[in-house]
Each structure stands twice: as C-alpha cells, then as structure tokens.
Design a protein around this ligand. Structure first.
Ligand code: AP5
Ligand code: MG
Length: 189
C-alpha cells in the first residue's frame, strides 16, 4: 500500500514520476491538473469554471477542487493507495486533506518534495509547450507556487513526513530514489 503526495513547483516532474510509480506500485495517479484539463476539453461545468484560472496560471478556487478530491479518493481503485499530484496546493487544501484522511481512516506515507532550480523549470516547460506553458503564464505559476504552495513544505515538515528529492537529475535517477523511499517504507510496515 502506497500513499504519496507529490509536492514541487510547476515543471518539477511530479506528473512524470507519479506516472512511473503508479505502474510500479499499482495505485492510481491522481492529478488535479489532468482532471481539470479533461474537464476543460469536455466543456463540462467544472471545465468552464476552471478554464480562465488555468490559462492565467492562477489556482482554481478551492470549492471546485475539494469536492473533486473527496469524490476521487472515495472511488474503489483508491482504497488501497494513491499518488496525489498537484493536490494539495495551499494550506486550506492541506487541512481539508488531513480531515478527509482522518474521516476515511487513511494516512499519507510521505510527501515528496521535488526540488529543481527555476531556470531548469522554465526551460522544461517551454520545451513541453502545454497551453499554460507560455512565458508570462509560467512566471505567474511560479509566483503562485511560491506564495500558496511552498508554505506546505513547512506544513508537512512539522508532520515529519516530508522527503526532499533532487528532481534536477535524469528522470531514471529520480525514479530510483523514489522507489527506494517507497521500498524502505514497505519494509518497515
Ligand atoms: P498542474 O497540472 O498541476 O501543473 P503544474 O503544477 O503547473 O505542474 P506541471 O504539470 O507543469 O509540472 P510537473 O511537476 O507535473 O512536471 P512534469 O512531470 O509535467 O496544474 C495546472 C493548473 O491547474 C494550475 O495552474 C491550476 O490552475 C490548476 N490546478 C491544478 N491543481 C490544482 C489544485 N489542487 N488547486 C487549484 N488549482 C489547481 O514535467 C515537466 C516537463 O519536464 C515534461 O516535459 C517532462 O517530460 C520534463 N521532465 C520531467 N522530469 C524531467 C527530468 N528529470 N529531466 C528532464 N526533463 C524532465
Ligand atoms: Mg503535472
């Protein structure tokens, strides 16, 4: 059973690493960004409400995101583990998640903080070219990260579950460190 939160700035490799670990650990990769992008594409009510925030690099309001997470973690495939990518994104979301996990009697094993220098983040995103990978939007996403999300490092450090990982190395090297963290945890359990 593996339950991890991927923290880290835009472009750090949260999605890339979560995808690989999800296969290895056989637990779902839950990305609020992917869920929201799917909703935008399908032009659902959620998608229509979220689109403007996303294209500006702002956080989508909590009331849209919290229900979505409650519902997703309640689905059957998430009972025996999950990898959260892009959630929580601010202190309110982190407090909501703590309460929700209490309610459903689950605990998160680790919060993985992927560390990558800004210049590397920017060049990775520009090379990818997603709809929100434009220079001014990237700058805003980084600002929003510093202001809203980075405080979660201290939030989770207080709970002694934080593992910082150098995400600037080659993808496979980062993966192998993450696999080691998961394996050590499973040995202890
Ligand atoms: P979201 O989809 O979460 O995007 P993000 O946080 O900006 O992060 P990215 O997906 O850009 O980066 P990543 O860390 O996943 O890196 P990746 O693996 O792709 O959010 C998008 C928007 O949705 C937000 O702005 C907000 O509006 C909204 N949203 C989402 N969640 C929300 C929430 N909880 N609350 C409110 N709003 C929310 O890698 C990036 C690139 O680098 C890829 O091309 C990859 O191939 C490459 N790469 C990865 N690892 C390496 C490596 N080791 N070496 C070289 N290249 C690498
Ligand atoms: Mg991502």
């Amino acid at each position: 059973m593996t339950r991890l939160i991927f923290l880290g700035p835009p472009g750090a490799g949260k999605g890339t690493q979560a995808k690989v670990l999800s296969k290895n650990c056989k637990v779902p990769h839950i990305s609020t960004g992917d869920i929201l992008r799917t909703a935008v594409k399908a032009k659902t009510e959620l998608g229509q409400k979220a689109e403007g925030y996303m294209s500006a690099g702002e956080l989508v309001p909590d009331d849209l995101v919290l229900d979505l997470i409650r519902e997703r973690l309640g689905q059957e495939d998430a009972v025996n583990g999950w990898l959260l990518d892009g959630f929580p994104r601010n202190v309110e979301q982190a407090e909501f998640l703590n309460k929700l996990l209490d309610e459903i009697k689950q605990t998160c094993d680790f919060v993985i903080n992927l560390e990558v220098p800004d210049n590397e983040l920017v060049s990775r995103m520009l090379a990818r070219g997603r709809a929100d990978d434009k220079e001014d939007v990237i700058k805003n996403r980084l600002d929003v990260y510093r202001e809203e999300t980075e405080p979660l490092i201290a939030f989770y450090r207080g709970q002694e579950r934080l593992r910082s990982v150098d995400g600037s190395r080659a993808m496979a090297e980062v993966t192998s460190e993450l696999q080691q963290i998961v394996a050590n945890n499973n040995n202890e359990a």
